[in-house]
Design a protein around this ligand. Structure first.
Ligand code: ADP
Ligand code: DP6
Length: 323
């Protein structure tokens, strides 16, 4: 029996991943860029040939076999291959340190933690680049959670995904920014990212979004390198808008934002010294310098947020126990 306990972070995409060139391997249509957050999941993995199936518990809830199959199951398939042991099965217990109701993607942190823990428990000796590829197979955005600070996921061009992995562009200490997250809805999202990304293939404006991403990603990186607030904030907001516009352009009708999200977009744009960004849900993530976190928190509460979480930029996964 092999065992490890690890912690892995969530991340917020500044240049969004939305659309795949390969659904099995989670190979994206475009490069994306994220900030690693200090919101983490803690995962214990036990591996043995004695178990008869992969079992996953998230916040004490046992996932159904179907849920396991499309996420942790994909990771375990690859881990068995790398370990050269087809009989190996895992029991995974994961708890998040942030509220479940936050609607924050826990699959990204969860898949990052799972691969990190298997690598440690089995002593596979994989480097971060290889770990990020395996995490990607579980959930695309998880590959970015293997690094800290500002992280770039290169989409790659090969069919086998061997060149689709992440790298750290700038460490957490590079820029004193925070993500101020407003919780505006508890309701479970209507359409999973996985389903939403299938639908985006129908969007007539998808090609122009991809052209926008290719043209402006280098500018986003430059604005981070120079800590150029005004250019960075504008680009972050426009990248969020760009993803949500192809979502609205998808068929069948698809959207994630609600009336509070739209109100926050107006307020933050008018505020000037911050940027909003939204993933596949209505909760605003407001990126700003740490000195303005309190002011933003008040603005979000006035706009209708019931709870606010502030996260600084953080490191990648950590190993807590092996054996
Ligand atoms: P998302 O995080 O992408 O918004 P969910 O939270 O609904 O979506 O998670 C999608 C799937 O990811 C779940 O059905 C489960 O299989 C897997 N998952 C989520 N969190 C974890 C975790 N902490 N550990 C292992 N698997 C997880
Ligand atoms: C809106 O990584 O959850 O958060 O690869 O199908 O598991 P799968 O999708 P997932 O999608 C994340 C979408 C997003 C944008 C982003 O994080 O880049």
């Amino acid at each position: 029996m092999k065992r490890a306990v690890v912690e892995a972070p969530a991340n917020i995409a500044l240049v969004k991943y939305w659309g795949k060139r390969n659904e099995e391997l989670n190979l994206p249509l475009n490069d994306s860029l994220s900030m690693t957050l200090d919101l983490t999941v803690k995962t214990e993995v036990t591996l043995s040939r004695e178990f008869d199936r992969d079992e996953v518990y998230v916040n004490q809830r046992r996932l159904s076999d179907e849920e396991v199959k499309e996420y942790a199951g994909r990771v375990m398939r690859s881990i068995r291959k790398v370990a050269g042991d087809q009989g190996l099965r895992a029991v995974v217990r994961s708890v998040s340190t942030f509220p479940e109701s936050a609607g924050l993607a826990s699959s990204a942190a969860g898949m990052a933690a799972l691969v990190w823990a298997c690598n440690e428990a089995l002593g596979l000796g994989l480097d971060r680049k290889e770990i990020s590829k395996l995490a990607r197979e579980g959930s695309g955005s998880a590959c970015r959670s293997i690094f800290g600070g500002f992280v770039l996921w290169k989409k790659g061009t090969r069919n086998d995904g061997s060149d689709s992995y992440c790298e750290e562009l700038f460490p957490p200490s590079h820029w004193d920014l925070v993500d101020v997250i407003g919780l505006v809805s508890d309701s479970k999202k209507k359409i999973s990212s996985r389903e939403g990304m299938k639908r985006v293939r129908t969007a007539p404006t998808l090609d122009s979004r991809l052209e926008f991403v290719n043209r402006t990603l280098p500018k986003m990186i430059e604005s981070i390198a120079n800590r150029d607030e005004s250019s960075f904030y504008e680009l972050v907001m426009r990248h969020s808008n760009s993803m949500h516009s192809v979502i609205m352009d998808s068929w069948p009708p698809t959207w994630y934002l609600n009336d509070i999200s739209i109100k926050v977009m107006e307020i933050i744009y008018a505020y000037g010294k911050a940027a909003y960004t939204f993933d596949a849900g209505p909760n605003p993530h407001v990126i700003t310098s740490s000195s303005r976190a309190d002011e933003i928190e008040n603005l979000l509460r006035d706009a209708g947020a019931r709870r606010v979480i502030v996260s600084k930029i953080s490191q990648g996964p950590r190993t807590l126990e092996v054996g």
